[in-house]
Design a protein around this ligand. Structure first.
Ligand code: ADP
Ligand code: ADP
Length: 224
């Protein structure tokens, strides 16, 4: 069974009388353990697709199966539980909490389950260490570079041991050296722990490094 299976997915946004077709008839499958890039120019629907793959948003029509579960059958609470258990999401703007330390940011997803004991602390610390941030665990985000902040965000995405990590343009706000470091980090994660990774990017140099690229154009999957 594929980890991700989409069929005939449509998503539109309404601006007053104007309708934007963000995704049209999108179908795709992603197997467990794959390292997949989602490419396409700005406005092609990458972010919309990431949000649907990450159970942050719903399709208007079509079928979305994540880990064999039909997202349309879950109410919002069940969908949130599913997301917290199975999905790690990395955002373009890092989305760290400014008043918390790097370590506290990584611990955040575990606090939904209210089990932040010593084991959790240890796990969060080890994740930061694996991201090369052992010396920065007590720093607040504004004391970290963009690349460091994004690595904290990746550690945060991993702390729940998700089945899949979805990174929506994770390198868009980074210089090319830090962008490459983030893709290397995602690749290492995929190789060493077998975590399925999907990242979106409009940078073909980065996209080419994935095992497989899914190209979007005007909300449709384009032939690769
Ligand atoms: P990408 O990530 O490739 O830049 P998006 O998924 O963000 O593409 O956007 C796809 C299309 O949907 C674009 O035309 C965009 O303007 C539109 N869109 C995205 N989000 C919204 C929204 N919240 N409201 C209205 N239109 C949106
Ligand atoms: P974009 O990818 O369009 O540039 P972001 O990735 O920052 O923007 O956020 C996309 C959307 O996801 C926003 O509308 C935001 O409200 C929502 N969002 C951000 N963080 C979370 C979260 N942890 N859980 C649920 N929704 C979130």
């Amino acid at each position: 069974m594929p980890l991700v299976e989409l069929q005939g997915v449509n998503k539109r946004y309404q601006f007053g009388r104007l309708t934007v077709k963000a995704l049209q008839d999108v179908g795709l499958e992603i197997e467990k353990g794959e390292f997949v890039a989602l490419s396409g120019p700005s406005g092609s629907g990458k972010s919309t697709l990431c949000h649907i793959l990450g159970a942050l948003d719903r399709a208007d029509s079509g079928q979305v199966l994540l880990n064999g579960i039909d997202m349309a059958a879950l109410d919002d609470d069940a969908k949130a539980d599913f997301r917290n258990q199975s999905i790690g999401f990395v955002f373009q703007q890092f989305n760290l909490v400014p008043v918390l330390s790097a370590l506290e940011n990584v611990l955040l997803p575990l606090q939904f389950g209210a089990t932040v004991g010593r084991d959790s602390q240890q796990k969060a610390w080890k994740l930061l260490e694996s991201m090369g941030l052992a010396d920065h665990s007590s720093h607040r985000p504004d004391k970290l570079s963009g690349g460091q902040q994004q690595r904290v965000a990746i550690a945060r995405a991993l702390v729940t041991d998700p089945a899949i990590v979805i990174a929506d343009e994770p390198t868009a706000n980074l210089d090319s050296t830090n962008a490459q470091l983030i893709v290397d980090t995602l690749r290492t994660l995929n190789r060493e722990s077998g975590t399925t990774v999907v990242f979106s990017s409009h940078d073909m140099g980065l996209v080419k490094q994935a095992d497989r690229a899914i190209h979007l154009a005007d909300g449709r999957i384009a032939p690769s």
